[in-house]
Design a protein around this ligand. Structure first.
Ligand code: PTJ
Length: 237
């Protein structure tokens, strides 16, 4: 891996790239993860790689809902594991809830690699699909869940995925919090709360917010999505 000098103006971005590439070599990520990461990078560029008030408000609301819920579950895929394993472990400790590995490009080897990565980072409660439990309404591998995790959850944190799982989770009566740099993605649009921000910036803030929650009233997710889209469309260089 080429060394990245800290003085490089794109240092944080290059470190994230290195993490995804390394995670691909270790079996946590796949080539598809690289493409998904590139989508995120482009959108973050339009945000000036900044966490805006619409994200801060969504983070505060997310913390409030996660703490109020009875069965929160943090859903994690390859990109999320590569970039933010430590933060997921910290949030699961604050909420005393499981992290469940949920993969689109699924294999036993990837479930194992991600579970071990989380455990090496201190995770105490990591779930993977148990082989028999399915979330009806989904055709992809994401339908495979654990009966005490995603299947039973009343609220799910979904990060870095653009697909149909969010609406299926909602159809099963669950609330969904999404982290997605794309305010127009299907997941972002269908979630109850969408944090439009880079996961590497917002996850530490979400952990901090869960430790010191505040009440957010009159939260409107459509307003947050619109504010994010306007910010991107009017970005000045
Ligand atoms: O690990 P797997 O097999 O489950 O596969 C995971 C991927 C990410 C390949 C897959 O689930 C996927 O849905 O990829 P997409 O369709 O490219 O969606 C990823 C979304 O995450 C896009 O809307 C990106 O803009 C967004 N995104 C990418 N990187 C970041 C991000 N959002 C926040 N922070 C990021 N760093």
């Amino acid at each position: 891996m080429t060394e990245t000098p800290k003085s490089h103006p794109r240092y944080a971005s290059l470190v994230s790239r290195n993490k995804i590439v390394e995670a691909m070599k270790s079996g946590v990520c796949t080539p598809h993860s690289l493409i998904a990461h590139g989508r995120g990078e482009a959108l973050d560029y339009l945000l000036g790689e900044t966490t805006f008030p619409f994200a801060h408000e969504a983070i505060a609301k997310s913390a409030q809902l996660l703490l109020e819920s009875k069965k929160p579950v943090l859903s994690l895929n390859g990109n999320t594991a590569a970039l933010c394993a430590i933060d997921f472990v910290a949030l699961s400790a604050v909420l005393n809830c499981p992290i469940e590995v949920n993969l689109f490009h699924a294999s036993e080897a990837r479930y194992d690699a991600i579970k071990h990565l989380l455990e090496r980072n201190g995770a105490k409660n990591v779930l993977v699909p148990d082989g028999g439990c399915v979330l009806s309404g989904l055709g992809s591998n994401r339908r495979n869940v654990h009966p005490e995790g995603l299947y039973a959850a009343d609220i799910v944190l979904v990060a870095l995925e653009d697909g149909d799982r969010c609406e299926v989770l909602k159809a099963h009566g669950k609330r969904v919090i999404a982290i997605d740099l794309n305010p127009l993605s299907r997941t972002a649009q269908m979630a109850d709360v969408t944090i439009v921000d880079n996961i590497i910036r917002c996850m530490p803030l979400l952990v901090a917010a869960a430790k010191q929650p505040k009440s957010v009233t009159n939260y409107d997710n459509a307003d947050m999505l619109q504010a994010a889209e306007i910010q991107m469309r009017t970005a000045k260089k």
